[in-house]
Design a protein around this ligand. Structure first.
Ligand code: DSN
Length: 422
């Protein structure tokens, strides 16, 4: 019998330990296709669970409000230097607790309540924090929103320019959570310059692709680059704000003391490790493999008659409109889950259905690529998705159980980073 991976936890709190073990098994045995998720390495996991979490460190390296920062300062400085090196930025702040606080800090740095801000509408593929109504960013600020074209699912840069010139937003966000196509950061920068806006590129989804050279970088164009650290970048749950030197003070002041208290030092350590890993040649190969897998999966889904928003993908993500298959996104997502394939239901642009019961599902290849699956496996993945969606339409539970066994069989040969062998 192998030793328990969290022996102290098991001794203290067996109930909680059993939940962690169950989650390890679930992550090992299921095909995880949620495009914002990944598997962190064992090294990132170790760094994120250290005694660094015992320390308070309000302030920044060399300028703290608490003593005893000899090691913490070096940890944070390492993370900052690695972020600057990897992304080629003037300045990096590694303290935001996650993507939403990071974006809120941007508002604090550049706008006042009531100011106009502009971003992509959530149902079109944007993010809550880009000024969408139900978010504080859409109620404390005046959010105006752009979308994609109905005919091809792509951003209409002329329409974005027209809206920006009419509204003159203080902040213009580009990026989002359900965008399968390359973002033209240069076009956004020229719009922001004309409109007098601060351009913020929220690259949370594609940060790892940018680091690995598989998506163009916003750094030459954006005033601020906001990212989480746990998606394609394969770090712990956290975020970073990167910017040109002229905005460094405003960003730092907005994060602390503007919005947050003490940074989560254990997370900063995990981020530093992830950035180190992302600077290796193997990560460049990983980023390109993520995109190659997504393109192969999209092609295999198209062959099986699925409708994909924008007709395919340039990155890690595929947005499937299931309307023509007669299965709502939520029904499909739940059936896929029973088949051992984990996705999320998602609105598609111009969705006639409601966000809690939309027409689509969103899938992506970061996690399966971390396990070593390649383009050769994508027809099988597309086949499972197709069979599961058909099974959902017919209520065929035995068919889902068969797929679950096939998925588990394949994954047994591809152990996931950071997890015990299933
Ligand atoms: N929740 C993230 C996603 O799944 O895309 C965005 O914040």
């Amino acid at each position: 019998m192998t030793a328990h991976r969290q022996p102290a936890l098991l001794a203290t709190d067996p109930e909680l330990a059993s939940l962690v073990t169950a989650e390890e098994t679930l992550q090992a045995r299921t095909l995880r296709l949620i495009p914002s998720e990944n598997y962190v390495s064992a090294a990132v996991l170790e760094a994120s669970g250290t005694v660094l979490q015992n320390k308070y460190s309000e302030g920044y390296p060399g300028r703290r409000y608490y003593e005893g920062q000899q090691n913490i300062d070096r940890v944070e400085a390492l993370a900052i230097e690695r972020a600057k090196g990897l992304f080629g930025v003037d300045h990096a702040n590694v303290q935001p607790y996650s993507g939403s606080p990071a974006n809120l800090a941007v508002y604090l740095a550049f706008a006042k309540p009531g100011d106009t801000v502009m971003g992509m509408a959530l149902p079109m593929g944007g993010h809550l924090t880009h000024g969408w109504g139900v978010s504080a960013t859409g109620s404390w600020f005046r959010g105006v929103q752009y979308g994609v074209r109905a005919e091809d699912g792509l951003i209409d840069y002329d329409a974005v320019r027209e809206l920006a010139l009419a509204e003159r937003p203080k902040i213009l966000f580009c990026g989002g959570t359900a965008l399968p196509r390359t973002i033209d950061f240069e076009a956004f920068a020229s719009i922001a310059a004309e409109a007098g806006s601060v351009l913020v590129a929220d690259v949370a989804h594609i940060a790892g692709l940018i680091a690995g050279g598989a998506h163009p970088s916003p750094v030459p164009y954006a005033d601020v680059v906001s990212t989480t650290t746990h998606k394609t970048l394969r770090g712990p749950r956290g975020a970073m704000l990167m910017c040109k030197e002229e905005h460094a003070k405003a960003i730092d002041k907005a994060v602390f003391p503007g919005l947050q208290g003490g940074p989560h030092n254990q997370t900063t350590a995990g981020i530093a490790v992830a950035l180190h890993e992302a600077a290796q040649p193997s990560f460049t190969a990983y980023a390109h493999a993520v995109v190659a897998n997504a393109k192969a999966l999209a092609a295999a889904l198209l062959e099986r008659g699925f409708d994909l928003v924008s007709g395919g993908t340039d990155n890690h993500l595929i947005l499937m409109d299931l309307t023509s298959r007669g299965v709502p996104g939520k029904v499909a997502a739940k059936a896929l889950d029973r088949a051992g394939i984990v996705v999320n239901y998602n609105t598609v642009p111009f969705d006639p259905r409601k966000p809690f019961d939309p027409s689509g599902i969103r899938i992506g290849t970061p996690s399966l690529t971390s396990r070593g699956l390649s383009v050769d496996h994508m027809p099988a993945v597309a086949d499972w998705i197709s069979r599961a969606v058909d099974a959902a339409a017919k209520g065929d539970e035995p068919a889902l159980a068969v797929i679950r066994a096939e998925v588990s069989d394949l994954l047994a040969a591809f152990p996931a980073p950071g997890l015990p062998v299933a």
